[in-house]
Design a binder for this molecule. Structure first.
Ligand code: HEC
Ligand code: HEC
Ligand code: HEC
Ligand code: HEC
Ligand code: HEC
Ligand code: HEC
Ligand code: HEC
Ligand code: HEC
Length: 453
């Protein structure tokens, strides 16, 4: 190597390093904000209110939809108290999920689904990550001085500031609520997925390689299976307002140095084209089977204009296998109004799909039956037959909750359930008269109608 190249290859980085130390204040402060993706904490720190933050109004419906499929009966989740004095109604997710409740071993949510075990993290995490098998580009050239480390490359011993890897910004904060965890912990405490829960070293290779792997065991090359260059270069919160500010993602001024300790800032990273959109909340996540619902989606970067090219989003509703794509009625950077077509009952996820290929984070959406009474007729002197849909299922042990009442003013008629299906209920009520009000209380809700002839 001649002298000139020697200077270029070996002395340049040192010079840039000194300049960088001076720029320390301009890089994102650790730990990073928690505006995008999933809050960086451990499952053990998640409490009922965190689960409800995403599952929202859909919680009862998501469970009660499992009854008509025959998978579960009321007694599985609401066991009758031993003394027969009533039944249990537990609402705290953590008392059931990832534990054994009433003799049922209930798996850990999310990371024991097939999608997760298959390494298809995008199914729920959207385009903040890649699926390892989606053909995205992983560099094959030898790692260089520019290549980010899984931890960091340079540290200022006085300030503690780091550069050149994920840890420059993604640091823990034990005083946050819930606490923000170190990257090794967020990835290692995913239950059986990461191989630590029931010690299974075959799982480590999803993110690491063996000690004699090409790059050693702990190289960014293995992380790139899910954190490809392009997906990393497209993470920024509220791009149109923050692209000139440090601390909102991977693209602000000097944020580049956080990963590329020796990079001279001033441009955008290759593969950068659009910004991953985020869904913050939905106007509701409970919709009714059989009817369309107008939904407002609140979010960020749903539309972005970069270099005069505008990229916009459509909305996708997925049951895991089938996707329905819907064009918004109205869309701005922070809000989408969309009419969701009728969905059959069940659990779905909803997300924004930008420019045909970039997925936002996902929110759960639950479709439940609506209690609709077609008619409540006195079919003979003793019986009232109610027909319609969405009546759900009936169990006599739960008569305090699921039942039919027949009333006129303050007069309550006798009523005994003879049969109950999703579409028809036969009530024995010798005292019922036409003009009375029949009310169905089902697990999906309540509705009433006048008894006719
Ligand atoms: C797979 C578990 C599961 C099954 C099966 C189930 N439930 Fe529930 N149910 C729940 C959970 C969990 C809640 C609490 C929902 C909440 O707090 O948001 C609940 C809530 C309820 C409530 C209170 C509604 C409210 O939010 O105030 C009633 C009433 C109820 N269930 C009745 C029944 C009946 C009757 C059956 C059988 C037809 C049944 N459930 C079957 C899990 C289940
Ligand atoms: C009384 C026990 C119990 C409680 C409390 C409970 N669940 Fe469940 N839940 C179950 C069981 C059992 C299933 C079915 C097994 C499974 O899918 O893991 C289930 C399934 C679910 C499903 C998937 C439904 C589907 O279509 O597959 C969701 C979502 C869910 N629970 C969320 C929650 C949330 C959020 C909470 C707290 C707000 C909660 N659960 C509280 C017992 C419970
Ligand atoms: C960051 C948002 C978020 C949080 C927090 C969250 N969930 Fe979920 N959950 C989802 C999404 C998205 C799905 C996927 C829906 C789909 O694609 O079917 C889901 C699916 C589920 C399922 C069905 C799939 C499975 O794993 O069996 C269960 C059960 C569930 N969640 C329970 C819980 C419980 C219990 C908590 C709290 C410990 C919780 N969730 C917290 C977003 C969340
Ligand atoms: C079924 C939906 C689902 C799938 C599939 C899924 N995740 Fe998650 N993930 C969640 C939800 C919801 C949370 C927050 C609640 C929890 O921890 O269960 C989460 C939390 C995390 C966290 C901790 C929070 C954070 O931001 O650091 C990591 C790390 C993570 N997931 C990695 C993965 C990896 C790796 C895969 C693929 C191998 C994967 N996930 C697949 C839904 C999912
Ligand atoms: C210059 C500081 C900086 C560096 C270095 C950095 N990040 Fe980030 N990263 C951020 C900020 C800020 C966000 C936005 C967080 C938010 O608002 O939720 C973010 C978000 C993310 C997200 C999506 C949301 C989340 O919190 O999970 C992923 C995935 C991510 N970073 C991965 C990485 C990986 C992998 C590395 C190392 C190769 C890395 N980051 C290095 C600042 C940084
Ligand atoms: C879902 C991805 C993922 C899986 C699976 C995984 N790791 Fe890690 N591991 C990480 C991340 C992220 C870090 C933190 C960055 C770093 O140190 O490289 C890490 C760090 C480490 C470290 C460095 C020391 C430390 O804790 O910071 C060791 C050793 C390690 N992992 C071993 C393992 C072993 C053994 C397994 C399997 C039992 C495993 N990992 C499975 C993602 C993973
Ligand atoms: C199997 C896929 C997968 C692999 C491999 C993987 N990650 Fe992640 N990583 C994720 C997912 C999923 C998230 C959560 C994104 C979100 O918040 O929605 C994540 C989040 C992150 C974040 C943001 C902070 C946090 O903890 O959420 C960092 C930093 C990170 N990963 C570093 C690494 C490093 C370093 C490695 C390699 C040692 C690695 N990851 C390997 C899937 C993966
Ligand atoms: C979160 C970490 C992270 C941040 C922040 C980041 N990059 Fe990158 N960048 C990577 C990774 C990983 C690679 C792949 C390089 C490797 O593995 O050797 C890469 C590669 C590159 C390359 C090499 C070209 C190629 O295709 O291999 C350039 C140039 C680049 N980045 C520029 C930038 C610029 C400019 C910024 C700031 C706007 C930036 N990067 C911010 C992680 C990041």
């Amino acid at each position: 190597m001649d002298k000139k190249h020697f200077l270029l290859y070996y002395l340049m980085p040192i010079t840039v390093y000194l300049i960088l130390v001076g720029l320390a204040y301009a890089v994102s402060p650790p730990p990073v904000d928690q505006k995008m993706g999933v809050y960086d904490t451990l499952f053990s720190n998640i409490a009922e209110n965190n689960c409800r933050g995403c599952h929202a109004l859909g919680v009862p419906g998501a469970h009660h939809n499992l009854v008509p499929t025959g998978e579960y009966g009321c007694t599985n989740c609401h066991p009758v108290l031993p003394d027969g004095s009533g039944i249990t109604l537990i609402r705290d997710c953590i008392q059931c999920h990832d534990t054994t409740f009433n003799g049922i071993a209930i798996r850990r949510p999310h990371h024991e689904t097939q999608a997760a075990l298959d390494g298809h993290c995008k199914t729920c995490h959207g385009s903040l990550v890649d699926n390892y098998d989606d053909g995205h580009t992983i560099p094959t050239y030898a790692p260089s001085i520019m290549t980010p480390d899984t931890k960091f490359k340079v540290i200022n011993q006085t300030s503690g500031r780091k550069w050149g890897g994920c840890e420059s910004c993604h640091e823990e904060n034990s005083t946050a609520s819930p606490p923000i965890a170190f990257n090794n912990k967020t990835h290692h405490r995913l239950g059986n997925l990461s191989g630590f829960r029931n010690q299974d070293v075959s799982k480590c290779s999803m993110c690491h390689d063996t000690h004699n792997g090409v790059y050693g065991s702990d190289s960014i090359r293995y992380c790139e299976r899910c954190h490809g260059t392009a997906s990393l270069h497209n993470i920024q919160w509220d791009f149109s307002n923050t692209s000139q500010l440090p601390g909102y993602g991977h693209l602000g001024p000097n944020d580049c140095q956080g990963c590329h300790a020796w990079y001279v800032a001033g441009s955008l990273g290759p593969g950068f084209d659009l910004i991953v959109p985020t869904i913050v909340s939905l106007s509701t996540n409970k919709v009714f089977e059989g009817s369309a619902t107008v939904l407002t989606i609140y979010g960020d970067d749903l539309v972005t204009t970069i270099d005069n090219v505008t990229r916009s989003s459509v909305v996708v509703v997925s049951d895991g296998t089938n996707n329905v794509t819907i064009t918004p009625t109205n869309i701005t950077s922070s809000e989408i109004i969309v009419s969701i077509p009728a969905l059959t009952r069940g659990l779905y996820s909803i997300y924004a799909l930008k420019d045909g290929n970039t997925e936002s984070n996902k929110k759960p959406l639950v479709s439940v039956p609506k209690v609709i009474i077609g008619s409540a007729r006195k079919v003979n002197s003793t019986n009232v037959l109610i027909t319609g849909s969405g009546f759900g299922t009936y169990d006599p042990a739960y008569d305090n909750w699921t039942n039919v009442t027949i009333k006129r003013g303050s007069t309550t008629r006798s009523s005994q359930i003879i049969s109950w299906s999703d579409t028809s209920i036969n009530v024995l009520s010798s005292s019922a008269r036409t003009g009375d009000t029949a009310t169905i209380n089902s697990v999906y809700g309540t509705n009433a109608s006048t008894v006719t002839n």
